[in-house]
Structures are given as structure tokens and as C-alpha cells.
Design a protein around this ligand. Sequence first.
Ligand code: NAD
Length: 499
Amino acid sequence: MTASMTHADWQRLAGELTHETRAFIGQRFVEAASGERFAVVNPATGETLAEVASCDAADVELAVRHAREAYNRGDWSRLAPGKRKQAMLRLAELMETHKHELALLDTLDMGKPIMSSLGDMAGAIGCIRYNAETIDKVYGEVAPTGEDSLGLVLREPLGVVGSIVPWNFPMMMTAWKIGPALAAGNSVILKPSEKSPLSALRLAQLALEAGLPDGVFQVVPGFGHTAGKALALSMDVDCLSFTGSTGVGKQLMQYAGQSNLKRVYLECGGKSPNLVFADCKDLDAVARNAAEAIFHNQGEVCIAGSRLLVENSVRDEFVERVLAHAETMQPGDPLDPASFMGAIVDEVQHKRILDYICQGVEEGARLRTGGQAVNPVAGGYYVAPTVFDGVTPQMAIGREEIFGPVLSVFGFDSEEEAVALANDSEYGLAAGLWSQDIDRIMRVSRRLHSGQVFVNNWAGGDMTVPFGGVKQSGNGRDKSHHSLEEYSELKTVWMSLSP
Ligand code: NAD
């Protein structure tokens, strides 16, 4: 099968798929101890896809025991990095072989367009490969001491890592967490979102086939308040790596404080500003980028460019151009390779987005397009690309993360005002900046309070650069060798030497 597969090909493949629905604990696929299951619904159609094992504290406890035993046994944690690399490269190879299936599982689970899921697979596989290739190139240090001593600074795995991930990029977020954690020698327990557990369970099958030892990679599907909370409160989990909402991120820090002070790395929400200055080169190309920045993945993107800040001298013309591009980005069947937007993840999120839109209208923002549910596939949850102009920072749609295809446009008259508006947010995940003036680019990108600044692009970057936020967008960094460092501990060995 190739990337040139048609809508009918994807529909046929979807019909042929079988789903692993059990948890993966201690190298076996098992039902939850309670026997409970939860329904996984395809938001494109509203139909139930599968009933998946609903893990709870008992299952998590068992997984943690296996993970600790694996760590202590050392057949992964103390394995030569070059050998861990080989096993991870085998896993990446298997993911490559099964990438259509993995992509399809994400699309069916959460409604994103199939071509977008395929793109995610390239990112996920690249991440596993990058970390595999990096781990045998990381050196320790010899401290600058006198001749009577030797100070070694070693890097050791942390132990047991719990990874809790969201549903918007299920496989890619998983890879960003487990790639560096496994490469560093940890035992990893993955808690996928209850809205998108199927690709994680397929990944567990592939990890088994790749030969990862017992207890090194386990998957506990379940809800946040059951499986997730149990992982976060465990006294024997050394680190939580989390991607999700800011509210849950705050809870995880509390759980760490209530339990064993485990490390907590958070990648949380955003309300990212995208600044367009009148001097940018090609206004129409920038407008297309600005529309893609919010409508990609139905706006269910942590770094969605949801606040568009436009210099007033070009604002009317620019907004017209954004509206024209938005028109071409209407949602369609996620299995159709031509669809730019797919379905919203579920009924709850669908309602939440529509409620925000009502609130925007009530608060006096000008609705320029969209604003309503649409129905390209019967039974599914879809929202038209929506643009509000005349938004102010006091409005809910100007401040809060909607996580849907809703763009809020603000105007500004000066660089000072643009920076102040951009920074007026509790979040600081990403920011965009469009200008041809190199002095302005340097000035403004330094002044934006944000983990990443995209200059004359949106969402650019690859595995070589860190991804993460400041303020209430979190404290962790995914990707690059910096993420690998997060999953290892510095240990000092001080040796006294005979003179
Ligand atoms: P969420 O916070 O509701 O859930 C994320 C994960 O946490 C899920 O697996 C969920 O089951 C689990 N969880 C929920 N409550 C929990 C609890 N009490 N204890 C332990 N685990 C719990 O987020 P979501 O709706 O899945 O994802 C959307 C959010 O994720 C948005 O805010 C988005 O910005 C954010 N996000 C951030 C990044 C980033 O890199 N910064 C990337 C993607 C998504």
C-alpha cells in the first residue's frame, strides 16, 4: 500500500482491521482485573469501534511491579546503549511496515484526516529512530579535579516512567514520550487517552515483536481519574511525562507531592499568538498559513495559532484573504485523502466548541465565517472553520484554549502593542511572527514569552529542536537530545586516589 491510496482503499482497509483491546502488562495482553471495559467511538460516524479494557489502580500496580522488576533485572536499563539502539530500530522498522494501519487507527479513534495521521507516523517513527541513534553517542563527564581524586559524572536511567498522553496526536505524542525514555534505559508504562487507545495497543504488539524485554514497555488503557491517577500517585513511579491540558497538569504536580516527589514533565495547553506585520512579503501566502495554523487537525492542536494579531493597516484585506482560504478547508470524511479537516474528537468537545462560539457572539466579537456544526458524514461531530474579528483580550474566545477550529483576530498599531497583546496570556507554548524586517524579527522573537517562535512559518521544526512551553504551557521539552536528558539522572562517583 502507498500514500496514493484512495478514499475507497482506506474505507476497505478500515473494514478489514481487527483491534487489540486488552491491556499490555508483563508481556501479556490481559483484561482489566475488574473486567471493566469502555467504549471507543469513531467521531466521524458516531459508531462504536471497540470496547477496550478499562484499567484501574490494581492493573497499574501490577504494571509498576513488572516495570520495577525489569529495571532491577537490568536487561534493558543496564544493556549497552548500542544494543538498546538495535531493539528500538527494530521497533521503528515494524512501525514503518505497519504505518498505514497505525495511521488508520488514529484516524478512526479521534477523527483526524488520514493524510495528517500518515504525516504523524513519519514523525513518530523518526522520533524512535532519532532517540535510538542518539543514545550510544551520549558521554558522561570527568570532573576537573586534582590528581588525588577522580570525579565521574554518569548518566543513569531514572527507573520507572509513566507517560500519560492526549488524543490529538495519539501516536506522535506517544513516540515523543517513549522514544527518549526507552532509549535512556527506563521502564515505561504508557497511559493513552481513553479517547484514542487503539494505536498504543497495536504499538505494544510491535514492541513485543521487536523483542523489548518483559516489563520495559507496557500499556494501561483507562480513564484519567482511574488509571492515570493511579500512575501519578504510585510510590514506585520515578517520573511522569505528561501531555495534556493545563488543569490536569496541575493535578499531576499535586499527586507527585502527595506521593513520592516523582519528577513531573508537563506539556500543556496554549493560546498561541500569530503576529502579522504589514511589511510581510506575500500577504496571501501568509493568510493561507494563518488559516492552516488554526484549522489543521480541526484546531485540536496545542500550538494552534488561535490568536491572529494583524497590523491594522492591512487587517481588512488580510482577514478577507484568511476567509477565502478558510472556505477551502471545510471538514470532510477523515478517510478521504482530500479532506483537510476531519471530525471533532467527541460529542463533549463538539459541544464545548459550539458553546465558545455562542459566547464569542454574546461578548460582541464579529463572526465572519463558520460558527456552526456541519455534517459531511451522518452521525459524526464536525464544526465549520470559524473566524471572529474584533476580538479583545477580555473575551473568553480571546483568552481560553478552545481546542477547535475557531480563530480570534485582533488588530494592533505598533510593535509594542503587538508584543503586549501576544504576551497577555497565561500560556506560552508557541508564537508566530511574519515580517521581512530582520531587526524587528530579532527584537520581537526575543520578547515573546514562548517556548518556541516560528518566524515566517507556522509549526516549523524537526527532531533536532526542542518542543515545549513556558508559563502554564508546561515545563518539559519533547524532541531533540534535550528530551533525552530529561529521562536520565546525573550520578556523581568521587574516587580518592593514592598520590
Ligand atoms: P487531558 O488533560 O484531558 O488528558 C490528557 C491525558 O491525561 C489523558 O490520557 C487523560 O486520560 C489523562 N488524565 C486526565 N485526568 C487525569 C488525572 N486526574 N490523573 C491522571 N491522568 C489524567 O487533555 P486532552 O483533552 O486529552 O488533550 C487536550 C489538551 O492537551 C489540550 O489542552 C492541549 O493543548 C494539550 N496538548 C499539549 C501538547 C503540548 O505538547 N504542549 C500537545 C498536545 C496536546
